[in-house]
Design a protein around this ligand. Sequence first.
Ligand code: UDP
Length: 141
Amino acid sequence: MAIQRTLSIIKPDAVAKNVIGQIIARFEGAGLKVVAGRLVHLSAAEAGQFYAVHKERPFFKDLVEFMISGPVFVQVLEGEDAIAKNRDLMGATDPKKAEPGTIRADFAESIDANAVHGSDAPETAAVEIAFFFPGMNVYSR
Ligand code: UDP
């Protein structure tokens, strides 16, 4: 399996709960490395652009409002099979359906305030990483 990079976002609910470190520890414990990271408070325009794929969905407006309700921690994770590994660690979108021991099962309250985002494919990972880390800010470790 190839070394990949993926974009992870620790969403406003988890940042407000002060569990950034606990969530990063899950990634590191699974062998993923943080190769870029920063705290950012998104504007509505930025959140709408990031989630543009969902703009026709009924939850879009609430999703944007939630994503701008406080700062988020954006990071690039690198490692073997990083995209699928991150998604496994996150658990299902709806925390009620997430496997015990996953980030969403342990830290998320609801399907909208669900603690983390993770890229779902190599193409989206590339676009999402460039969205937050344009240029040469990402280093291999
Ligand atoms: N979402 C929501 N209500 C829904 C479905 C999704 O609020 O019924 C939000 C939720 O925050 C989710 C995001 O929209 O994480 C993106 O949805 P997607 O289906 O891509 O889920 P993910 O890839 O984040 O698991």
